[in-house]
Design a binder for this molecule. Structure first.
Ligand SMILES: Cc1ncc(COP(=O)(O)O)c(C=O)c1O
Length: 470
């Protein structure tokens, strides 16, 4: 009896599961037969399934609205999209179709918003939340937004230095602002308090002295963000509770305050054994906000989220071919792929991030422990564990004496749609001059059929040498 890869998956996880199934021994991702795309486009490629983006937005929105109803919560829910998780136009196109609001992080992000405005792809009543450290260039562009056609711009103060400049740059008599409170970091982190936001101990006094007394300012939003994510831990709940308490205190001084923004951090599936109860967590959040406000006699605030990875990560995958295998000692077998993990999925290298990794074909073959080697000459360009397992198993395909596989084996890293292309500088200079892979988009047409097209070719030598000044 052979131990087939398909048996290993069956014994370890519930499979098939949302987004993943097997058809004729080959993997489908969101119903897309990946092998068919491989036959058409060749590997390596980035793959984005556009409908998943809207589905995620509708999922969170439904859960918040359902919780509001069940708990008789009187505020509104606002889904805003954190552009930095994936800035590409095709993503903004999808999220804006769902009527979401936008959160920006830097000066160029405002150019992105203005570009959408010029193309009339964003409504002027959308709420534009400006987060991040504000350079003068960023502040001036925010001021232009406020003084321009957009009706709901909310710069969130990250540092006290931003306010006097904003008051100087904005021409309008009165405008909205938000304040970000610095959260305490998780106990095991290197720092006690986040560098992002204003110290909690100073905020009340600051609001009294600088905000409540200034007739030009309407403080609309208290922002807080637990960087390690929305998790069912004492740490998360206590940070949330402290933020709501602070909201109630500020509301007594600045009655325009109407919203609490809990930022991003909604988790996504990094493993097939992911077990997270979105409905429970969202209901708990709403319940905590409600009960703290009820206790204090404060009206329920509107709740904003800025989900980045939750919106985009599960829509994307990176598909590679195993070029050859190398047995470097009696036990260490390497699968050398036609791409670079450091370049394409930099979080795997920078922070040890694991993604769902599955073979596209050969599920009926025997499996064995392997290491995956990227094509750069960098020692660190490898991948050899999973979120649920410190070892990595993949189908074993026979090879000739030089290590060339007898049959092609294709691999997919899934749920890679957040942060990876920005951090890797998609289309820029790449480690060892390995090009950015081509990019295939998949959507559903009016008849419910899959349609796909090449959004961008693999980066050419000319493009890279041009950036390098040759
Ligand atoms: C202020 C703010 N909002 C939202 C996000 C999005 O976080 P995530 O992608 O975890 O949802 C981030 C990420 O760093 C952030 O800094």
């Amino acid at each position: 009896m052979i131990n087939r890869y398909t048996d290993l998956i069956d014994q370890t996880f519930y499979f098939p599961q949302e987004g993943f199934e097997l058809r004729k021994d080959q993997l489908c991702f969101h119903n897309i037969p990946i092998k068919r795309l491989i036959d058409i486009y060749g590997t390596p490629f980035r793959l984005t399934y556009l409908p998943k983006i809207g589905r995620q937005i509708r999922k969170a929105r439904n859960l918040f609205n359902k919780s509001f109803k069940e708990l008789s919560y009187s505020g509104q829910y606002y889904y805003s999209y954190c552009t930095k998780s994936n800035h590409f136009h095709y993503v903004l196109n999808e999220v804006l179709k769902e009527g979401v609001h936008i959160e920006t992080s830097s000066s160029f992000d405002i150019d992105l918003v203005q570009s959408l405005r010029q193309k009339e792809q964003i409504h002027l009543n959308k709420i534009i939340i400006n987060n991040g450290y504000k350079t003068d260039a960023y502040l001036k562009k925010i001021a232009d937004l406020i003084d321009g056609d957009f009706k709901n711009v909310i710069p969130v103060l990250d540092n006290k230095t931003e306010l006097p400049k904003l008051l100087d740059f904005v021409q309008k008599d009165a405008f909205n602002i938000g304040i970000r409170v610095a959260t305490e970091e998780e106990p095991k982190f290197e720092f006690y308090t986040s560098r992002l936001g204003i110290r909690r101990a100073e905020i009340l006094e600051y609001c009294k002295q600088e905000v409540a007394t200034n007739k030009r300012l309407r403080l609309k939003m208290l922002h807080f963000f637990v960087d390690t994510g929305i998790k069912d831990t004492i740490y998360y709940w206590s940070e949330l509770k402290r933020a709501i308490k602070l909201y109630c205190e500020i509301k007594k001084i600045c009655p325009d305050l109407k919203a609490i923004n809990i930022g991003g951090g909604m988790p996504i599936r990094h493993s097939l054994d992911f077990d997270y109860d979105y409905a429970y967590m969202i209901k708990q959040i709403v319940e905590q906000v409600k009960s703290a406000c009820d206790e204090d006699g404060i009206p329920h605030p509107d709740i904003f989220t800025e989900f980045g990875k939750f919106t985009v990560a599960e829509s994307e995958a990176m598909i590679y071919q195993v070029l050859s295998q190398k047995l470097q000692n009696d036990s260490e077998l390497w699968y050398m792929i036609n791409g670079s993990l450091m370049n394409d999925l930099p979080d795997t290298w920078g922070m040890g991030q694991r993604f769902i990794l599955l073979p596209v074909n050969h599920w009926n073959k025997e499996y064995r422990r392997v290491n995956i080697g990227g094509i750069t000459c960098d020692n660190a360009d490898y991948y050899n564990s999973e979120a649920h397992n410190s070892q990595l198993y993949l189908p074993l395909v026979g090879s000739n004496e030089h290590g060339e596989l007898n049959e092609p084996l294709y691999l997919g890293f899934f749920h890679t749609g957040a942060y990876q292309s920005a951090l890797s500088g998609y289309g820029g200079i790449k480690h060892c001059l390995i090009p950015s892979p081509k990019h295939v988009l998949v959507d559903i047409d009016e008849d419910g059929q899959l349609k796909h097209w090449l959004r961008s070719e693999e980066q050419s030598p000319e493009q890279m040498l041009d950036v390098l000044g040759y």
